[in-house]
Every structure is written in C-alpha cells, then in structure tokens.
Design a protein around this ligand. Sequence first.
Ligand code: HGY
Ligand code: MN
Ligand code: MN
Ligand code: MN
Length: 418
Amino acid sequence: MNRSRNLAAAQIDRLTADLHALAEFVDASMPGWTRRALAEPYRESRSWVAALMKSAGLEVSRDKAGNILGRLPGQGSRPGALVTGSHTDSVVGGGRFDGICGVLGAIEAARCLQESGVQLVHDLLVVDFFGEETNDFGFGCFGSRAAAEGIPESFLDRRDQDDVPLHERLAVDGIDPGEIGTPVWVPGTVKAFVELHVEQGPTLAEQNLPIGVVTAITGIERLIARFLGRADHAGTRAMTDRRDAMVAAAQAVLAIQRTGCEAPVHGVATTTKVENANPSPNVVASRVTLQSELRSIDASWLHGARRRVSEQILEAAQACGVDVEVDWSTDNEVVPTDLVVQDTTAGVLDGLGIPWMPIPSGATHDAVHMATLAPAGMIFIPSRNGGISHSPDEWTDAQDIATGVDALAATLVALDRT
Ligand code: HGY
Ligand code: MN
Ligand code: MN
Ligand code: MN
C-alpha cells in the first residue's frame, strides 16, 4: 500500500505527538476518549488547539459560533479562502480519530506547505468547528451550521435532559444566541472546502486502499414518537385488556429496524432511545417516548422510508389501543460533494500515485453545511479494527493519516490554481 510520500518521518512524528496530546483532554468519569462540547475538557482542549494553530504560523481567531479559525494569508490576489477542517468534540465513549484527524491533519498540512515554501494565492483557513456531534439538545454540526446557515430559533429554544435551556449552556462558552440566528460567516468568503476524515466504516481497509474520495454525504431524518397508553396494575389487569405504551413502542422499534434492513445500499435505521415516563416495575407503561433516525444517500428511499415507518408506528399503536404522536425533523438532506473538488482530488491522487476509490459517507460531517457556502469535498482515510467508530476501539494508523495529509495538502494547492 502506498505510504505517505511527502511527509517526512519527523512530520509524521509531530502529527502523532499532537494526536496523543489532544487525547489527554478527556472527561475521566466517562468511557473512551469522551470530549463533549459545552463541557470543561472540551473548553480546555480548544485553547490547546488554538495555541497549536498559532505555533504552526497561523493567525488565530474565534468566530461568534465558537469555531476556532487559523488563517495562513495567501498572496491575496484572489477572493475567498480555501477552507479545511473538522471537529475535535466526541460522542460519549468516543475515540481519538473521528473529526480530530481533520483538524490536526489540516494544521499539519498548513505546516508542510510553509515548510516546503509553497505560497498559496488564496488564504488558507484551518477550522476547528464547534460541537459537530449531536449535542444534548438533539442536533449536531453546531459551529458549521451557525457559520453557513445560522442556528434556527426552534433549536435555540430547546432544553437539555436537566431542563437547562441551550442559551444558558452557550453562555459558558461565550456564545451569544442573539448573534448566531443568521449565518455567522459572510457569503462569498469561501472559495472551496475540503474535509479530511476517518471513514468510520470498513470499506477502505477491506479494499486495502489508503484514500476514499467522498461522493455523497448521507441525509438524516430524525423521529420522536410519543406513545400514550393507560397506566394500570401490572399484576391484575388482563393481558388482553391493556393499553401498554411500551409494547407499542417495542413493535415500533422492530418496524424501524426492519425498514433499515430492507434499504438499498447505504440505508440505515436506528432507534437510540426508548424512555418510559413512569418506570415503576408494577405499573403498565402509560407514556413512552422513542427516538430514532433514518439515514441514506438515496434521497427517494429516505423519504419513502419515513412514510413507511410512520404507517407502521400508527398500526402498532392501534393494535395496542395506544395513541401516538410522530414528529419527524430533517437534520440534513443528502449532500452530493462537488464534482470539481472530487475530480481535483482524484487527479492529485493519480499524480501522487496514491490509489483511491469513490466512497459515500454514512456519517454526516461539517462539510454538509460548508457545501451551502462553497464547493465542498471530503477525503477519507481508513478506519482499522473492522471500521469501528464512535467507540474507544476506533483506530487509524499514523501512516494513513500522513497519506491523508499529503492528499489534502496537494488538493488545496490544486484548488488554489482553479
Ligand atoms: O452523526 C454523525 O454521523 C456524525 O458522527 N456526527
Ligand atoms: Mn462522529
Ligand atoms: Mn466526525
Ligand atoms: Mn465531521
């Protein structure tokens, strides 16, 4: 397998040292390498990231959405910056590579460009986007969404599981909700966006390939279903005479899972939460809330599946004599990556002799929101350990990250000339 050709051993060692250093900022009370946005370890880690950007010769600033920006001025004769970056927050029990490779790899790419004397025409902007993972308020990509579209009023009114409103949590990070309702970045200031990211799946490793050029990023439909049955004595009420909200929810979980299994390529369905409002062991469940999501890069399947899942949930509730409210929200539509960015990346890889394959992304990324601002693309590097991710077992080899940095730096140089 082609290894990193342009990164010297010293540069790979430097990048590895950065990965280890960032992995120190975790919530020790949680499993894996947990670094949740809006929490202390994350806050401390971002000061470290800002200092790293500064030491890499970047002009560091923080925008109103909490994104950390490291700018490498270009020769300045062309408008719009070449932007690259990702996120450094994690899921609970997450790993050390998801998002992180795209931020530390981008900083390394900026260092390598300077060390090899390359001067871009456009500014280069390296970004650590604030809070990409789904937060306690049920949405993700906070920083990139705020930068590109603004955060919707309905999101800002949400409260977390402790009934704390989002604006209160944001205040600790110095983010003013009044300043993020409209796009935080000025349209026209981005020439193109490229995100380096681990695949979070097994394909590249199975194909023994070091790089994936992402063709499309999954759409996500999120569901909250509220089942309303009748509380009753669990020991006396006849089985045929119950209105058991938990049984209706259980049948809905299986219907959602069946729908995911029927999907064509890259369709999935997951139920991540079933909550009984009254978990007393001797009471028939009266109120149960279920949270699920459907994903696919096939927009027509995704919308059809949403309708089919709703129908099956209503049928399950009816059969149990239970009422149900089904609320859907589109977290993001399917996003095809930009063909020019794809082709530029492919041409660069062929030029470097680095083998690659086109690959869709079942995970969503900050690139989804950057794509509303400018042509956007993604470069994947292999996830080892069977492609496991959102887990402490997530792993990507340093050599693979270095090859990704090679590909990223060369793609940025090529896009700089378009
Ligand atoms: O949910 C996702 O796909 C991403 O990891 N936030
Ligand atoms: Mn993730
Ligand atoms: Mn990610
Ligand atoms: Mn991402």
